[in-house]
Structure formats: structure tokens, C-alpha cells
Design a protein around this ligand. Structure first.
Ligand SMILES: CC(C)(COP(=O)(O)OP(=O)(O)OC[C@H]1O[C@@H](n2cnc3c(N)ncnc32)[C@H](O)[C@@H]1OP(=O)(O)O)[C@@H](O)C(=O)NCCC(=O)NCCS
Length: 216
């Protein structure tokens, strides 16, 4: 994920999610955060690009969301504080909620498997074209390669699209739990290696590699 991708992913996130304390701090805050995620030892992030290299979607998975937050903050407190302050300057009414969230440790659920799939966002222009499903395959294969057999994916109860996605991807609904005060379905997945591409398809052509046409 390049800096350009993180900026585009942050803009996408700010457009799609406008609820929750930190979500409402805007794209600048999320860009600072996602740059930290990409550099954090516990962050695993993938992007999906469109035909003109525009961002179609992105996904993040991590063993422990709270440890990831600590890693993002480590050595980046000043830039995160500045990004937060810029968001608060636009929406000062969020100040009490941000202070409360910063000083009250967020709750998780003790039965959650590690790792957890925490974010998948797909741009409206690319929905229902298998982008999230492809990001899922990449996540699953990357974890499989690292020897991880199973992971959990918490999804807010009222997020119909994402719950339908988890079911379609073969997740099993393990249990329902409140996380950060909001009810979540906890979906369980087995990891798997990437399936072979269909004949004639090239997943990713590097410079100097044969073009998809030439490979056919
Ligand atoms: C949920 C989301 C990531 C799905 O992305 P997507 O790329 O459109 O999903 P896919 O095309 O890979 O869909 C795979 C399957 O999931 C299910 N699905 C996806 N979106 C759905 C929707 N809106 N309604 C019903 N089922 C849906 C379908 O079964 C679909 O298969 P089909 O198209 O053959 O019927 C996307 O709608 C999104 O970004 N939403 C906003 C952000 C969000 O809520 N993220 C999740 C919480 S972090």
C-alpha cells in the first residue's frame, strides 16, 4: 500500500463511514492512521485497484485491534495528535467524545480469535463486482501462508451488505457479542491458499511480464 493508496483509502473511508467518534474526524485523520497501520508489525492491508489504478477498495486485518492502535501511536503520537486536532477543528462538538474514547480503554470480546478482519471498504462505483470477495481471498491466503488456520470477522448487526458478504464467503456465524457497546455478529472463517486463476487470466502483470493478451 503506497502513500497514494493510503490517501485514497482514507478518502474512501471518510466518504463511506460517518458514524462513531473517530470515523467522523475525516480523511486527514484516517490517512495518518492508515499510514501507521501499514507500518505497524500487526497490520496487514490490501488494496484493489481499478483499470486506471484508482482505488476500488481496501481491507485490513490484524491479530489484535487494540495492540494495533498502540503500534500506530508508537513514535507517531505527534502526527496523530495533529491529524486529530485538524479533524476536531472542523467538528469541535466531537471534543468531549474523543477525550472520553482516548482515556477509556475500548472493550473487545474475550472469545474473539486472533487475527480479526477489521475493515473492508469498496467504492460505490465498484460494488457487486467481486472486489470484497477478492480482497477476502488475498487476506485468507496471506494468513494461510503464515500458518494461521482460522480468523474472526466482527460485523455490526445492522450492516446487511457486510453480513451477506460474510455468509457468501463461507463464514459461519459463531456468536453475537457487544463490542465497543454495539452488537456484532462474529463470523468465523478458515483460511485457504489462493485458488489458481482461470485459464487465460493474469492476476497481476509486473513490468516486463507478458501482457494478459500475450499470456492467452
Ligand atoms: C460490504 C461491501 C464491502 C461489499 O463489497 P463488494 O465488493 O460490493 O462485495 P462483492 O461484490 O465481493 O460481493 C460478494 C457477495 O457478497 C454479498 N453482498 C455484497 N454486497 C451486498 C449487498 N449490498 N446486499 C446483499 N448482498 C451483498 C453478495 O452475496 C455478493 O455476491 P453476488 O454479487 O454474487 O450476489 C461494500 O458494500 C462496502 O464497502 N460497504 C460499505 C463499507 C462497509 O460497510 N464495510 C464493512 C464493515 S467494515
Amino acid at each position: 500500500m503506497t502513500d497514494e493508496h493510503t490517501a485514497a483509502a482514507a478518502r474512501l473511508r471518510a466518504t463511506l463511514v460517518d458514524h462513531g467518534v473517530f470515523s467522523r474526524l475525516g480523511a486527514g485523520f484516517w490517512e495518518a492512521f492508515l499510514r501507521g497501520v501499514v507500518r505497524a508489525p500487526d497490520g496487514l492491508a490490501f488494496v484493489a485497484l481499478g483499470p486506471s489504478d484508482d482505488l476500488a477498495g481496501y481491507a485490513v486485518i490484524t491479530p489484535d485491534i487494540h495492540r494495533l492502535h498502540e503500534q500506530v501511536l508508537k513514535g507517531r503520537r505527534l502526527s496523530m495528535a495533529m491529524a486529530c486536532a485538524a479533524g476536531l477543528a472542523r467538528r469541535p462538538y466531537l471534543i468531549p467524545a474523543v477525550l472520553r474514547a482516548a482515556f477509556r480503554p475500548q472493550t473487545s470480546h474475550p472469545n474473539l480469535l486472533r487475527p480479526q478482519w477489521v475493515t473492508v471498504m469498496v467504492s460505490s462505483a465498484y460494488r457487486r463486482r467481486g472486489v470484497a470477495a477478492m480482497l477476502f481471498q488475498l487476506i485468507s491466503a496471506a494468513l494461510h501462508e503464515r500458518g494461521v488456520e482460522e480468523f474472526h470477522s466482527p460485523v455490526e448487526l445492522d450492516n446487511d451488505a457486510s453480513n451477506a458478504l460474510q455468509e457468501k464467503l463461507g463464514g459461519t456465524l459463531d456468536f453475537v457479542a457487544p463490542m465497543d457497546g454495539v452488537g456484532h455478529n462474529i463470523w468465523r472463517f478458515h483460511t485457504a491458499p489462493l485458488p489458481p486463476p482461470p485459464p487465460g487470466h493474469v492476476l497481476c502483470a509486473e513490468p516486463g511480464m507478458p501482457s494478459p493478451e500475450a499470456a492467452r
